[in-house]
Design a protein around this ligand. Structure first.
Ligand SMILES: [Mg+2]
Length: 198
């Protein structure tokens, strides 16, 4: 029996359909970083994969500091533009609406790893937050933990007031979603096993 369903976001309901390296090159160029071997890139990747509160701006700030730079005065505006640039490349996957409707009768949450502002902007682009009862984003200061840590799955179950063993996690990542949910005592299924992939 299933009492509630958790959905991963990226790769499960939506996907970035452009080149992520091109996006990163545009971001770096806006800070006059043109060398692709610059430590900025590794520092940014590390910053967005860290537990604790994370936003695009905080990750950029860490990456700039780690590569011997600092934020300029117009950082807020640049970061806002960058998040908009990122979200313009996100598209709803063809099965997303059907999948959410299939579980319309059950409590639902989206459980996503990522910077708080980027994930929120993604949800808002497609109004996905209105189709679920709870949104749990690792970079949210009130969350601060990433899948596959069982604690993030338990937080989702608590918020939905359901027993972990009666919750189904649907995701595309074998480690973060499937193993993580399994370790937390949930049921889990890979999204491609549920839908007809074009
Ligand atoms: Mg995913």
């Amino acid at each position: 029996m299933i009492d509630a369903v958790l959905f991963d976001l990226d790769g499960t309901l939506v996907a970035y359909q452009q080149s992520y390296s091109d996006f990163m090159r545009r971001i770096a160029a806006s800070w006059q970083i043109l060398d692709e071997g610059d430590p900025f890139f590794a520092a940014y990747s590390q910053a967005i994969l860290t537990d604790g509160p994370v936003t695009f701006r905080s990750a950029i700030e860490k990456a700039l500091l780690a590569s011997g730079r600092s934020l300029h005065g117009d950082a807020d505006e640049k970061c806002k533009r960058a998040v908009a640039d990122y979200v313009s490349g996100i598209e709803l996957l063809p099965w997303a609406t059907d999948l959410l409707e299939r579980y319309a009768h059950l409590p639902k949450a989206i459980v996503s790893n990522g910077p708080f502002d980027m994930q929120l902007a993604t949800l808002q682009k497609f109004d996905l937050h209105r189709l679920v009862d709870e949104v749990i984003i690792s970079g949210d200061p009130e969350v601060g933990i990433r899948k596959p840590n069982p604690a993030i799955f338990h937080l989702a179950c608590e918020r939905l007031r359901v027993e972990p063993s009666r919750v189904l996690m649907i995701g595309d990542n074998e480690t973060a979603d499937i193993k993580g949910a399994g370790d937390a005592g949930l049921q889990a299924v890979v999204v491609t096993d549920l839908v007809c992939v074009r």
